[in-house]
Write a protein that binds this ligand. Sequence first.
Ligand code: KG4
Ligand code: ZN
Length: 412
Amino acid sequence: MFCRQNHESRAVSENPPGCTKNLFVMKILAIETSCDETALAIIESEGVLPDLRFRIHADKVLSQIDIHKEYGGVFPMLAKREHARTLVPLLIQTLKDAGMHKKTSRHVVEHPLRPEFQVILEREPELFGQFLNELPSIDVPDIDAIAVTQGPGLEPALWVGINFAKALSLIWKKPIIPVNHMEGHFLAALLNTEDDVVKLAPIKFPALGLLVSGGHTELVLMNDWGKYELIGETKDDAVGEAFDKVARVLGLPYPGGPEISRLGETGTPGQYTLPRPMLHSGDYNFSFAGLKTAVLYLAKKLGALSATQKADIAREFEEACVEVLVKKTLRAIDQFGAKTVILGGGVSANKRLRNTLTEEIAKLHDVACFLPTHELATDNALMIGIAAQVNHQGDFIKLEDLKARGNWHLTS
Ligand code: KG4
Ligand code: ZN
């Protein structure tokens, strides 16, 4: 049973039917297709903020890395095609994991909503075919709503998840909650698992988020649950993108972040000097395109690179990125009086960034630092389901208003 989940507890008499004493329960299927991971999760939340608890019924991530590796980066149309090809089989697996996959006892003739599904999925014929083959022959699962990443991300990839969510919404008669992918990354670091129950860590506000991924590099202030303020962002490449591009220069495969990190560990510090872009810009913006170009020029100047030279460059590049990110974060903590620092996004898997940030924040008085686990650092649907439940005010989006928002800022 779905209960509206507001951020204040309500008297028992105000609870909609099906909710027990001040206990708000909501089960969500979450869908994530913003980049090169197709991910689905089914989670159930209980309680009210800040004491939300989550039970994870299923959590599946299908990475397309092997497909994009060949091309040295993510190709939006290829990502879209893969999402479309894998969503239905992944949904079936997800429902099975959650114990919610039941073949229907109804006699399945042609589904009356077939024309509607055809319109919604007209750009994904393979998905449409699989949808019609599978969905009418299974029971409606015991969920209250569908959460889907609406942006930011690669628009062709986002659309597949969105259209899939719309078709599911129609066939199951479930409402949709649109989710900002970056909010998912922001909240992922706050999840603690204890005895199979995931809890949201209690935090003090303002909380400062350093969000670092393949598409974003942002400093975001959270003044209360769901209240975000962008205080700085990259003016050109995202830091993850710079890792990926520098990896290509060094002849390393996609995704470059983990490769550069691994190689950098064996490099000698101080062999080369790369710039620390915008370190003293006086604001909280970043720039990584120049740093990537500096690596390109250095590599050209050196000619054929030895393994040692590559490792030394990787080390210096990683140190340059980490220094700028951490120093600017420290300045923002000071200026905005942040009590909590949260690291999020794929680059938060970077060991040097994690260690440096943790060490520096440990020197400060009364500032807590939260890092996501490695599984939750990169894209997943669990964080999308959590963001839907944390931020959901009780209203659902109309299907016609649900659109991919490639550049959606967390604050807009
Ligand atoms: O958040 P994410 O999975 O996808 C986007 O929303 O972009 O982030 C992927 C990015 C890639 O650029 C990848 O190279 C980077 O995260 N990344 C890393 C590491 N692991 C992944 N960057 C640096 N060090 C890592 N260990
Ligand atoms: Zn991401």
